[in-house]
Design a protein. Sequence first.
Length: 369
Amino acid sequence: MSARVFIWVQHLLGFGHFARARVVAEALRDAGFAVTLASGGVTPAEAVPQGLSFVQLPAARAKDEMFDELVDAQGREVDQPFHEARRDQLLAAFRVAQPDALITETFPFGRRLLEFELMALLDEARHSRSRPRIVSSVRDVLQRPRKDVRAAAMVARAREFYDTVMVHGDPNVLRLEQSFAETAQIAERLIYTGYICAEIPQRDEPRREILVSAGGGAAGGTLIATALEARQHCQTQAPWTFVTGPLTQMPAPIEGVTLVRSLPDFRARLANAAVSISQAGYNTLIETVKAQTPAIVVPFETDREQEQLTRATAFAARGLVRVMRARDLDAKALARLVDAAAGSTPSTAPMDFDGAAGTVRAIKAALSR
């Protein structure tokens, strides 16, 4: 009988957390596990993975970039009945799945807004007749809370409930304690899987396109607008394509510029681009580096959110990308960076991109402990 795995994921602003959880689910499915994936965000029909059990919880997201309030898919504040409905549906799905391993994406190192259901899930798992192995799935960089006491509480919760913390990164590039020092206290539970990256097609034509992408979130509007203006100042002669994503406002049509919400062949276009301009989210950045495409990244950052900046800075130090801070974003300066990047060759510093296989190994190791 196949081992059973239950995965919980919640994307709050962008779509990257779900995208990575889906790769994890598909890798485990392909390795012979019976997988249930429970999603708490809005999940487009075309994004639902096949060949496994999919549970759509009542959808919720963060109200804004402060991540202080939870709203439903229509932007309405959620209430206690909403919390209880989600919790009960999640627990019911968990009981049906009877998993051998439970994976929570990001939690307990984030997703504080969802504690009402996650603590109930952990309690259910811990007191199950056949207690599953409990695993946290985190990216290479964690957003550490500003208060030391809250950071300590997260690590204490990981120690109390979790058997393993899977880190989807390469410790030779970034170690988890570089962004969240307290995780050094649970070093024996950390397993680095390598970076999770989709397959990138081989480059099959000369690099010629400037590809600007805003990712899946709503925070890329300023980048799109500035890049549109930068185009007018560039010396590099190349067609420009702007991929706004589903949540960024679409600019008015411009002659000679391609403006789209999405590209079905995005990864192939990325592999063949002369320059990629994007934010520094996990998925886009890893795919760009694997494609060895000259890249300019403008990390999303606020006083609270430093994850993208931390990752981008580490990658830039290895010669993999060029970084422009959001506070310095300027059309003429961006144009100069595009001209400098076009025709350049990024570093080929070794990185572990085999995170899907590493995840399978991590779960097998967790189950064997």
